[in-house]
Design a protein around this ligand. Structure first.
Ligand code: DGJ
Length: 740
């Protein structure tokens, strides 16, 4: 709770290298931003001195000691101009052309936002110019998450050019640094890479796409000190930028072995011209510190997300069937009502009509080549409209959802003819197409109105629409805005995202109860800036269950399983042609937000029964998967094709284990000894196998009682009961633990 602590003058005689000026003792301040288990401590010696980030890590209450001599002290928000030299957080050109900025302490305030959150505002000002910086940190105590955003403003006689403005800066000092980051492509999003950082810089960035900015990399990281990250031990920092546009995360290891981390919007071709009196606010950087490895860092982020960064984060997600891979663009009313009959028969709770329901005549959406922008129901395919379908769904006991892609337009559409000035393009140049479509310019308020209206009008098609899938299937190419003035074209990158967020705000103000899925050709827009307005996201267009184990493993390091759409699709898989057993497909999909995405008629006989039973099982484990704690037991990257994760209910009364063999394992086969984690050692659990195939169990001691202590210290053994099948790939096991 401490705000400002008066300190004896003697403590202010600080080190040679430090940036603290020796000032009057009564000016000194220690500013603590504290969560349950972590402290971020800022120190300044007064109104003409910089603010130093003295400590971020395990909790300390000995704040007096924080003023003792240290080798090096880094400013909390280093600007270009002083003596700071690595990874600058701020770089501006002042109205008189000066390139330098020197920020000093100008006051701070702290207040409780509620019982769990404390806000700290630290004000900095330039020593010479009327140029101001405000750091706004929020400590989320229970989840051990600290967020930070930065606002700059000025009263200089002319505009200031903001060349680079980070959301946060973090200096760390250790013997070695190991960076975990996420890299991929369409169909293989969020692949986990860990590397030791060596002298020099490492950058994770997206500088030109805005839309689909998270398809290749993600603005998130984990950073382990001293050694490669472990799951349940060691110091790990995790960070993720809540921003749906271009980003840059930079890690620079300097000659003094200090690691400087900055994160924020990408400055590439993105200078902001800031008029006097105006202000510029950065996106939010989300940080967590864990003294218990990568696992706890993920659990912190999941807890925080469910409470603060995900819409309806406290509500169970429905099981759904999405029409895309089962019908694509080729359907009529009967195709869909037949699918709904099956959906209901499986025990699924919602039917989602994907792409293909709109556009008419020559612009009918019968393929990806036409129709985007013309959001009128296709009369040929659906003569009785969406209302009929939504009512039909409800009559079968299902919720009804529908797909839109409102930021986009096909050249073959009425909209493209009517509003060519709404299209993102460089004047005089060809407008490149991607998936046969163009991007609408959301920096333009008229386009914001249009996009918000597409949402409103779609929801108005039926009172029974309770779910929207919001897709976005191309990035920016050949940038240019007819709306922005010629000298502010570089504002486009931020203004597009601000425009998108304004639309999201309007949508949420009007439709707070709608479930909204975030999608961008799969995982192209998975970030906490957008997620705040959504209930869930589509992690990848790749529904191959083997690939999904890897994709979801990486995704769930940062983003919560409750929001991770995870669907059982057909075999052979439509993206990879791989044949995968139905059990394996269910066992993978059930580790996230379960759905199906296939033509349900294609499941016959025993497969149908299996699917029905698995869906019933999911309803049993759903609260644990969606609200429980995630433990990663075997990484699919390191353990020769094995993977295992576990969820434990917060009260530790239930848990579920998912174990997989991804590939052919030669002589070892599907034979796992697994020590569980996170259980109560004193409790007794009944362990039963779920999704067990008739006569093909993987757990010989089905139904046996074990203590939590035994399960964590000795573990369970799983093995395919038919030894001759044991070597086959794509075997899996789900064990369900219930306290007795
Ligand atoms: C891309 C999405 O990721 C898919 O799930 C599907 O909705 C298609 N777009 C539809 O065009």
């Amino acid at each position: 709770m401490s705000i400002i602590k008066k300190l004896p003058a003697i403590l202010l005689l600080a080190p040679a290298l430090c940036l603290l000026a020796v000032l009057r003792a009564e000016d000194a301040a220690v500013i603590e931003v504290a969560t349950a288990d972590s402290s971020l401590v800022l120190v300044t010696t007064g109104t003409n001195a910089p603010v130093v980030l003295r400590h971020y890590g395990s909790k300390t209450t000995d704040t007096r000691a924080l003023l003792a001599k240290t080798v090096r002290q880094n400013q909390v928000y280093p600007a270009f101009g002083g003596v700071e030299h690595a990874n600058l957080a701020l770089n501006v050109i002042h109205a008189d052309g000066s390139l330098t900025t020197e920020l000093v302490y100008d006051g701070h305030e702290q207040r409780a936002l509620d019982a769990d959150r404390q806000e700290t505002v630290v004000r900095l000002r330039d020593k010479q110019y009327p140029f101001f910086v405000e750091l706004r940190l929020v400590a989320h105590k229970a989840a051990n998450v600290i967020t930070q955003r930065v606002t700059v403003s000025h009263k200089e006689p002319g505009p200031v050019r903001v060349e680079n403005i980070a959301s946060a800066y973090l200096p760390l000092r250790a013997g070695a640094y190991w960076l975990t980051h996420f890299h991929g492509a369409w169909g293989r999003e969020m692949r986990v890479t860990e590397e030791r950082l060596t002298s020099g810089g490492k950058v994770i960035e997206e500088f030109r796409k805005i839309v689909q900015a998270t398809m290749a990399d993600n603005p998130s990281f984990m950073l382990s000190l001293e050694h490669a990250a472990e799951e349940e031990s060691g110091e790990v920092y995790a960070g993720t930028l809540a921003w749906s546009g271009n980003y840059k995360l930079a890690f620079t290891l300097d000659e003094r072995e200090t690691l400087h981390i900055t994160a924020g919007m990408n400055p590439f071709a993105a200078t902001r011209i800031l008029d006097a009196g105006a202000s510029l606010e950065t996106p939010e950087m989300v940080l967590t510190y864990s003294a218990r490895g990568r696992g706890q860092a993920s659990r912190n982020l999941h807890d925080w997300a469910r409470k603060y960064a995900l819409y309806h984060g406290d509500q169970l997600r429905p099981i759904l069937l999405n029409s895309w891979e089962g019908a694509y663009f080729k359907f009529d009313e009967k195709t869909l009502t037949d699918m709904m009959d099956d959906t209901a028969a499986f025990g699924i709770e919602m039917f989602v009509l994907d792409d293909g329901w709109f556009g008419n005549g020559k612009y009918a959406r019968d393929s990806a080549r036409a129709g985007l922008g013309d959001w009128q129901v296709n009369k040929k395919k659906l003569p009785r409209g969406i209302g009929y379908l939504a009512d039909y769904a409800v009559s079968k006991g299902l919720r009804f959802g529908i797909w839109i892609e409102p930021e986009m337009v096909n050249p073959k559409s009425e909209l493209a003819k009517k509003h060519p000035e709404w299209i993102v393009k460089s004047p005089g140049r060809d407008i490149p197409q991607s998936r046969n479509q163009w991007l609408l310019d959301l920096s333009n308020p008229a386009v914001q109105d249009f996009v918000a209206k597409v949402f409103d009008d779609t929801v108005a098609l039926s009172p029974n629409i309770t779910y929207i899938k919001w897709d976005a299937n191309r990035p920016v190419y050949s940038v240019g805005s007819a709306w922005l003035p010629a000298d502010r074209q570089e504002h486009f990158w931020k203004d597009y995202v601000d425009g998108l967020y304004k639309v999201y705000e309007r949508v949420r103000a009007k439709h707070p109860h709608i479930t909204i899925q975030l999608c961008s050709s799969g995982g192209g827009r998975v970030d906490y800036g957008a997620l705040k307005y959504h209930d869930e996201f589509w992690a990848s267009d790749n529904t191959n269950a083997v690939d999904r184990v890897l994709i979801q493993y990486g995704t769930n390091m940062i983003y919560p399983p409750i929001a991770t759409g995870s669907h059982v699709s057909a075999s052979p898989n439509h993206q990879t042609d791989m044949m995968i057993p139905l059990k394996f497909r269910f066992d993978v999909a059930m580790s996230g937000r379960l759905g199906m995405e296939l033509q349900p008629k294609d499941l016959a006989g025993a497969d149908r029964d299996f699917a029905r039973k698995a869906i019933e099982n999911y309803k049993l484990i759903r609260p644990v998967v969606q609200f429980g704690d995630l433990y990663r037991l075997y990484s699919p990257y390191n353990e020769n094709g094995r993977a295992a994760i576990q969820y434990v209910a917060k009260d530790k009364k239930q848990a579920v284990l998912f174990a997989y063999n991804l590939y052919h394992l030669t002589s070892r086969g599907f034979s796992f000894d697994i020590k569980l984690r996170g259980l109560d050692p004193a409790k007794t659990y009944k362990v039963t196998e779920m999704n067990r195939e008739p006569d093909r169990g993987t757990f010989a001691n089905d139904g046996q009682l074990y203590t939590g202590e035994f399960l964590m210290n000795v573990g369970v053994s799983i093995q395919d009961s038919r030894s001759h099948k044991n070597l086959r790939p794509q075997k899996s096991s789900v064990l369900w633990l219930v306290e007795q």
